[in-house]
Ligand binder design. Structure first.
Ligand code: ATP
Length: 244
């Protein structure tokens, strides 16, 4: 099976000297969920933004067999790479429905209606509040809206930046279970950024561990099934970073 996305030798710099990501390489297969796990400042968001075309980066990014590094962000969205940023960034002044419609700006009216129905069915919590202001939503509902807005762009690769941030575990589980179901139905691949291994395991097929801007380890989800193996991975890849 060919990769949906192939990242090779990716480096991200902020300014002349600050290097946030160093020589990172990985792939995501069609309909796979790959997670990047690491402590604050490990470089996870920078990798996502580089793939989305939002920060200057070096290295090769190949999507669906074509080089896309160098393309502007909007062209990457058009090809199906959609970034859902950390912190949700929904438009509070607009209604829930208007926020969703914004996410589907590149679609025909017919496609937009179909996708809107799909998103509202996926997240009934926000469907009930579709005509109300987005500022009224709870944190978890805002997260659903942010993901829903990403789905409105009909992504082939969804870049999800810490969807669990600030959410109760039960809610994270619900959101991840919904994502797992649409991933199967729609051939959607997901690159997921997280700090929590246990949550990540619910959705991801494979996990890359990141520290100081570099990939330092890789596990398939089936290698982390038992508690001892998970603890070992936390100690090896996350423990020291978390204590730094
Ligand atoms: P978090 O979990 O806290 O979001 P992260 O793993 O996503 O962290 P990044 O946000 O990618 O990490 O940051 C990686 C490094 O790059 C950090 O040292 C951070 O301070 C730095 N950095 C991030 N954004 C900028 C920026 N706009 N300008 C300068 N430095 C930045």
């Amino acid at each position: 099976m060919t990769d949906l996305i192939r990242v090779e030798g990716l480096s991200v710099f902020y300014g002349a000297s600050a290097q946030a990501v160093e020589d990172v390489s990985f792939t995501v297969a069609p309909a796979a969920v790959v997670a990047l796990l690491g402590a604050n400042g490990a470089g996870k968001s920078s990798i996502m933004k580089a793939i989305a075309g939002l920060v200057r980066a070096e290295g090769a990014v190949t999507f669906d067999g074509e080089r896309i590094d160098g393309l502007p962000a909007r062209e990457r969205v058009r090809r199906g790479i959609v970034y859902v940023p950390e912190g949700r960034e929904i438009v509070g002044d607009l209604t829930v429905r208007e926020n969703l419609v914004l996410g589907g700006y590149n679609a025909t009216a017919q496609d937009r209606r179909t996708r809107l129905d799909m998103v509202l069915e996926l997240f009934p919590e926000i469907a009930n509040k579709a005509n109300g202001g987005a500022w009224r939503l709870s944190g978890g509902e805002q997260q659903m809206l942010a993901i829903g807005r990403g789905l409105m762009a009909a992504p082939r690769l969804l870049l999800l930046d810490e969807p669990s941030l600030g959410l109760a575990p039960l809610l994270v589980r619900r959101v991840f279970d919904r994502l797992a179901s649409i991933r199967g139905e729609r051939e959607l691949a997901i690159l997921l950024v997280e700090q929590n291994l246990r949550m990540t395991m619910r959705l991801a097929n494979e996990i890359h561990f990141l520290r100081g801007g570099r990939l330092i380890g890789h596990k398939r989800a089936d290698e982390l099934k038992d508690e001892a193996a998970r603890q070992e991975a936390v100690d090896a890849y996350l423990g020291v970073a978390a204590a730094e």
